[in-house]
Design a protein. Structure first.
Length: 356
């Protein structure tokens, strides 16, 4: 075990060195005469150049493309191989996959949230009769998406279903309410609530739970996640130490959404490894400042800043404890930088400190 630090390093929100992130703009981007290429992760203009707002981007500078940087297409080849069919109007979203709960609360709700705001959200955003087009990676979820947005199957398709390039007269791209590691708008919390209400029917529970706070110290554990998920080596030992000083331990993946929300609403102090479980707090919106969050993670340079950004937007006091490391850059699992007993004592002392 590494002994890089004699004591854990505590980072406040500002120590993540956020650039000046403004509230993400609302509204849509409208493009005329665009191309859709089979299997593509975005749209192209009439000259074959990628429309970058239509591709999934991440990071403070928006220069990280998780599914590869888009390259231009030869417009002559596009035209020669294109379908004779021309689609009048589409709404295109860069992310619509439903396989990862954390990304559903962030990028999915961020990109598709505007469609949830009204019963006929697609018509309102793209025009009457417009189609919802999603990237090829979302193809396995088309039936679930159609059910979620109450669309007939012929109004939703993925780029994976295309055999040849398709020309579209007008494409509308909703501006996302959250961009991974870049920005978060307060309207995103409404999108999260609307998504959870549609998927799990928890809108009534949320309004009832929002005022609860029974002073519970809650730890969100990853130790019982299935093989293949990111784990913390020896996290069970940390759980034992925290239980001994009055913390409640929960395993979110073993609970229903309603049960998870109930635990979060009970808590005054919430701690855990920086990760998806903390994103569920976004369901309570931006009036939850009385709760405090402690994230266990790596150094700020190696830790995802989304939780810190979320805490700032929700007005929640936040501390990030540097107490974890990866054995190598390719290693998914994390290990403690000092003993679980030492970390538990530090977490408890931080929880008892009234000065933050």
């Amino acid at each position: 075990m590494s002994n890089s630090f004699k004591t854990p390093v505590v980072l406040e929100l500002a120590d993540f060195s956020f650039p000046a992130i403004s509230e993400l703009p609302d509204g849509v981007i409208v493009c005329q005469n665009v191309w859709v290429h089979p299997g593509a992760g975005g749209l192209y203009d009439k000259t074959g150049q990628p429309i970058f707002e239509s591709f999934l981007r991440r990071g403070f500078d928006l220069q990280h493309y998780p599914h590869a940087r888009p390259e231009p297409f030869n417009v002559e080849k596009l035209t020669a191989s294109a379908s004779e069919k021309v689609v009048e109007r589409i709404v295109y979203v860069p992310y619509a996959s439903m396989f990862h709960f954390g990304h559903m609360l962030t990028e999915f709700a961020g990109n598709l949230g505007p469609l949830l705001e009204h019963a006929n959200g697609l018509d309102r955003i793209g025009g009457i009769g417009s189609l919802l087009l999603v990237p090829g990676r979302a193809a396995p979820f088309c039936s679930s998406l159609a059910e979620l947005f109450r669309l007939p199957s012929h109004r939703l398709l993925s780029t994976a279903s295309l055999i040849e390039p398709l020309r579209v007269l007008q494409a509308t791209i909703p501006r996302p309410s959250m961009i991974n590691r870049h920005g978060l708008a307060c309207r995103h919390f409404t999108h999260v609530r609307q998504l959870l209400a549609r998927l799990y029917g928890v809108n009534t529970e949320l309004s009832a739970l929002s005022e609860f706070d029974r002073g519970v110290k809650l730890y969100l554990s990853r130790s019982r996640l299935p093989i293949g998920a990111r784990h913390i080596i020896e996290e069970e030992n940390l759980e034992k130490e925290l239980t001994g000083v009055g913390w409640r331990i929960i395993y979110p993946e073993q609970l229903t959404i309603t049960e998870q929300l109930a635990h979060l609403s009970d808590a005054h102090m919430i701690a855990g490894c920086v990760g998806s479980a903390m994103h569920l707090l976004m369901a309570f919106g931006d009036f939850i400042g009385r709760r405090r969050m402690i994230g266990l993670g790596e150094t700020a340079a190696h830790s995802n800043p989304n939780i810190a950004l979320q805490a700032a937007r929700q007005r929640m006091p936040f501390r990030h404890i540097v107490c974890l490391e990866r054995q190598s850059s390719s290693d998914k699992n994390l290990r403690f930088l000092m003993s679980p007993k030492h970390i538990a004592a530090f977490v408890e002392a931080l929880a008892a400190d009234p000065c933050w």
